[in-house]
Design a protein around this ligand. Structure first.
Ligand code: SF4
Length: 108
C-alpha cells in the first residue's frame, strides 16, 4: 500500500513523517478526484484523520511553504490552502517569512 507521504521523495528526510497518522492509510484517501460527490466524503474522512495527527502543524507548514497544490495536507484541502496562502501574503508584511509556522498555528 502506498501512503500519502510515500508519494513524495523529499519527505523521506523529515522526522515528523514517521509520526504521521496517515502512514497507515492509502494515499488515495488524501488525493481525492475532485471535491464533490464521493470525493467530498473522502475529503472529510481525510481531514478527520489529520485532526488526530500529532504532526498536523508540521505537515501544514510543509505544504504551505512548498506550495503543495494537490491533496489533503495538515487538515487542509486545496481551497483551504489557497485561502491560507492569500491571508498569509496579506499578513506577511507584519509577520515575516520566518514566522510562517507560528502564524499557521493561529490561522488554521
Ligand atoms: S496532518 Fe494529515 S496529511 Fe499530514 S501527516 Fe498528519 S495525517 Fe498525514
Amino acid at each position: 500500500m502506498e501512503t500519502h507521504h510515500d508519494t513524495y521523495d523529499d519527505l523521506d528526510e523529515l522526522p515528523w513523517r514517521e509520526l504521521a497518522a496517515c502512514r497507515t492509510h492509502d494515499a488515495d484517501l488524501f488525493f481525492p478526484p475532485g471535491e464533490t460527490g464521493g470525493a467530498a466524503l473522502t475529503i472529510r474522512l481525510a481531514k478527520r484523520i489529520c485532526a488526530e495527527c500529532p504532526v498536523e502543524l508540521d505537515c501544514l507548514y510543509y505544504a504551505v511553504s512548498t506550495g503543495q497544490r494537490f491533496g489533503i495536507w495538515g487538515g487542509t484541502d486545496e481551497n483551504d490552502r489557497r485561502r491560507l496562502r492569500r491571508r498569509w501574503v496579506a499578513a506577511r508584511g507584519n509577520v515575516g517569512e520566518a514566522d510562517l509556522i507560528g502564524w499557521l498555528s493561529k490561522a488554521s
